[in-house]
Design a protein around this ligand. Sequence first.
Ligand code: F6R
Length: 592
Amino acid sequence: MCGIVGYIGKENEISTLFYGLKKLEYRGYDSSGLAFFNGKNFKCVKSVGNMDRLKTKLNLSEKFSCGIGHTRWATNGAVILENTHPVISQSGEWILIHNGIIENAEELKQRYKIETLGNTDSEIVANLLEKKIAGSSLEKIRDVCSELKGSWAFLILNRNEENRIYIAKRKSPIYFCDSESGKLISSDPICFPSKEYFSMYDNNIGFIEKDKIAVYDANLKLISPKKYIFKNKEELGNKGKYEHFMLKEIKETPERINKICEKYTEDYLEKIFKKNILSSVKFIKIIGCGSAYHSGLMGAYYFRKNLRIESEAYLASEYKSSRQVINKDDLFIFVSQSGETADTIECLKMVRRRGAKTIVLTNVLESSMAKLSSVVLPIYAGPEIAVASTKAYSCQVAVFYILTKYFKKLLGEEIDFEKEKDKLLVAAEKISDLNEEEIQNISICCEKVFFLGKGKDYITSLEASLKFKEITYINSQCCPIGELKHGSLAVIDDCSKSLIFLSSKKLGKKVLNGVHEITSRKGKVLVISAFQGLVKTSDKVESYFLNCRGLSSETMPLVFTVFAQYLAYFNCIARNLNPDQPRNLAKSVTVE
Ligand code: F6R
């Protein structure tokens, strides 16, 4: 995924383009670049590394009136200057930035004998434009797009047309808006000063000038762009008093859970669903990626336990290729913080084509996924800027919890819906009470870490392990504790530390067997337990008591998860790393 900005309008300082792009740094930060007309000349400035490196190459007060910018998260070609966008065609005529992936780029490169400086699919497209001799620029862009397979949001400049930015879209998000000084384009409307903005449909192309916006379909028929109103604009994040977005966002979890409880009344759910969505449902299938998949696992656990309806969570990146059977009586729930994750979107489109019922559970109501489903459940996490998902994960779990109770009522069970929701509020309080100082002192200094658990604690361990590895870069694996003896014990030794989550007393005995298996291979263990005195400590075994008194067993995972988020955060800080921008990751992954 990459961040894209464009501006055309009154003369402005290049700092406006730079800082517009900076807001999108969460979408990728391994290299960045700007291309612009400064009144006299065309300029292209690029740098590998984060945007601070680009800043040193720019004169921020330099004037420009038309420009585009890109911040990259490399998916196609290494992180080198030649692969950094904007990419420029051989003669210098076409300048292009791209978010997405061109699946047949290599094939086109061979067919048209294209030579490139770097090895990105995007540079092949810029050069393909140059190969087109006939027609206007718009026709050339249309012709090139018709030959491409994959996904794209392109902003394109032609060296000879300094008053126009060309734009093309398929599957990847791109938006534009009219501001006082000019027209802005971006891959995320958070960059826009206005609440009102526009988007194009897939396979549309167009151009934006100072006083004109023109959008066309693939037959070059003029069409109206789609208008949106940004609902969450006021909530847009800044770090406030915190050093990192991640810490701020973890700390926002309790207030967000409160918000969910306030919003999710029975009336509210009835309005969203309109009719009994569970009628004739035999299987609930939840699809997501990464943390969203993990929250889906928790959702499926809640559903099985409370509804006795078969429920499973699936990884979106695997779902399409694993020959899954889709039945008419399946209910699909798609989970995504951003609503823009390409693998999840593709599954959603496929499932909709097959006519199954769909629900989208997302944080971004303006997202592509939200637009694809008639039933959308907001998670009310507020903007999540740090790359590693924290509060959004917890909010997804909280919404799954409430949905379970609502579904239970739909199935005719007598439950006090409001009382069930109150249990979430208690969990929110426990999260606020977590002792940060104590967690900060749990330093994990070893070669490899194992996160282990059983049942719902295994789900928490999956999320804990992902969070830990993605920001500390320590090799971390997750394993159901009962599965250790089927192979994974082989890599337990005195260079490993196993963190075991224990929220159920019933499972205590089985978990303690696991502890024994690990320590007899010289592995060190830390048991994070909701019960005092259950674990016998020794030189190899430590224990941390997580106060979950008064919590229902279903809401305990929320407290364990936030504990794990703090643990990852503090260990990341101790290693002098930036938790907001972990390496090789981006906030939403818009390529399959
Ligand atoms: C992990 C993380 C990722 C995302 C995943 C899905 O901390 O942030 O694993 O959860 O890329 O993203 P969304 O939820 O936007 O679909």
